[in-house]
Design a protein around this ligand. Structure first.
Ligand code: PLP
Length: 461
């Protein structure tokens, strides 16, 4: 441990929180709290646990932000980062390249479905999405179709915090006070079965979503639409699992209309659903582009990227345009430390974590669903190791709770006291623990969540 880290680790937790309140801008602050907000201090982590400023051990329910897939404090990952930094800490991707980036690209390409075989590395998910969309724009410019640029996205979507990626976001609270490239984006409905019209079957709901998609394409014209982007399972939107046939049908319409199908797998890749990529193995899809981030390094280093289809690249090469340039790259594209830790992380996933995630997921889902007995819980849904507990004012009507009930925040506060960190999303709690979680730990997690919800129900009486 360096002196600087040791010093911070020994300082009074309240002093650190005060420092943050005075000098740190945290993500997603309200105007009233921007630059002045106290958030719980987290000081350490091991396996599925984190330790807060008071030394209290908590289960890391959301695995950071759906990302600490291999768990905290993995020697195998930390040591590789140290070794790579000592060997080559940085390489400029403009003129030269590093070995970890080429080896990682090959390993990722081997897992990608269809003909996706080239990887462009970024610094996270937003920059991965941004890269994919700018690639679509470039691709259509080179092909002489500068009008074909609109992007279809959906309600409930979350694709990032950079300008273009954020313009795709579908949750009102992410958009209400922020500007975006609205003239480039067309929004469709979220494929959220829980909120489908009363009495409608899943099959009819799926038909309705597909009809909306077809109608949009014919109204606007396929010659104006460059891409559809979708999370196979909407994550931050509340773990929305769409009807089974919905994504394959959308994929087909995109192919028939020469609209690029971009699967945003920032959350669903690298083990969350038990596979390296879920598009092919879970949903039978062959997207044109897949974006990824988070679990690729288990959150140990900010890395993301996009995997692109050979067909698209071959078309560009064939055009052999003398001046056209995909003028897009980041200082930290293909960062050697990030790529090295991603390789070590893939070793861990292949070495047992993927198999464990597949084996434990049914128990995780089954146990969480027992919470549906509680009157405040409208639905527990999810698949793999991602789930959402949605609370409602009334189970029959599924009426949502008033925003100011802050039910997610209340559940989180109670659970924190009891030893579990929850990711509150207004009236929902998202659970996506490190993939190494065991049965006993799932039991602990669900027991705490049950008690946290019960205490919240008492608060609301
Ligand atoms: N795409 C999806 C599906 C996400 O869930 C997120 C972040 O949660 C992003 C993109 C943006 O990733 P990042 O926060 O790494 O920029």
């Amino acid at each position: 441990m360096t002196d600087a880290i040791r010093e911070t680790a020994q300082s009074n937790a309240q002093d650190v929180v005060e420092l943050a309140k005075r000098h740190l801008v945290q993500p997603w602050p309200t105007a009233g709290e921007v630059g002045a907000e106290a958030r719980p201090l987290i000081r350490g982590g091991e396996g599925i646990y984190i330790t807060d400023g008071a030394g209290k051990r908590l289960i890391d329910g959301p695995a950071g932000m759906w990302c600490v897939n291999a768990g905290h404090r993995r020697e195998e990952l930390a040591s590789v980062m140290y070794e790579q930094a000592m060997l080559l800490s940085y390489n400029t991707p403009w003129y030269t390249m590093s070995e970890p980036s080429a080896v990682l690209a090959k390993r990722i390409a081997d897992y990608a479905p269809g003909d996706l075989n080239h990887v462009f590395f970024t610094t996270g998910g937003s920059s991965a999405v941004e890269s994919a969309l700018r690639f679509m724009q470039f691709y259509n410019n080179v092909r002489g179709r500068p009008e074909k640029k609109l992007i279809l996205s959906r309600g409930g979507a979350y694709h990032g915090s950079t300008y273009l990626s954020a313009s795709l976001n579908g949750r009102p609270r992410d958009r209400d006070w922020m500007d975006g490239a609205d003239d480039l984006v067309v929004k469709l409905s979220s494929p959220n079965p829980f909120r489908r019209p009363e009495g409608m079957s899943l099959a009819i709901f799926s038909n309705m979503l597909v009809a909306e998609f077809e109608e949009t394409v014919s109204r606007i014209g396929a010659d104006k639409i460059g891409a559809f982007i979708g999370e196979p399972i909407q994550a931050s939107g509340g773990v929305i699992v769409p009807p089974d046939d919905y994504l394959p049908r959308i994929r087909k319409i995109c192919r028939d209309n020469d609209i690029l199908f971009i699967a945003d797998e920032v959350v669903t890749a690298f083990g969350r659903l038990g596979h390296v990529f879920s598009s092919g193995e879970e949903f039978g899809l062959d997207p044109d582009i897949i974006t990824f981030a988070k679990g690729v390094t288990s959150g140990y280093f900010p890395l993301g990227g996009m995997v692109v289809s050979e067909r698209l690249l071959a078309e560009l090469r064939r055009s052999n345009h003398p001046t056209a340039m995909y003028a897009h790259g980041l200082t930290y594209t293909s960062h050697p430390v990030g790529c090295a830790v991603a390789l070590a992380n893939l070793d861990l996933l292949e070495g047992g974590i993927l198999a464990h995630a597949q084996a434990i997921a049914p128990y995780f889902q089954e146990q969480l669903r027992t919470l549906e007995e509680l009157p405040l819980v409208g639905e527990v849904r999810g698949t793999g190791l991602m789930a959402c507990v949605e609370c409602v004012a009334d189970r029959e009507s599924k009426n949502p709770l008033e925003l100011d009930t802050s039910v997610g925040m209340r559940i989180d506060a109670h659970c924190h006291e009891l030893g579990l960190l929850v990711r509150p999303l207004i009236n929902m709690c998202v659970m996506s623990p490190p993939l190494v979680i065991t049965r006993d730990q799932i039991d602990d997690m669900v027991a705490i969540l049950r008690e946290g919800i019960s205490r919240t129900m008492d608060d609301l009486r």
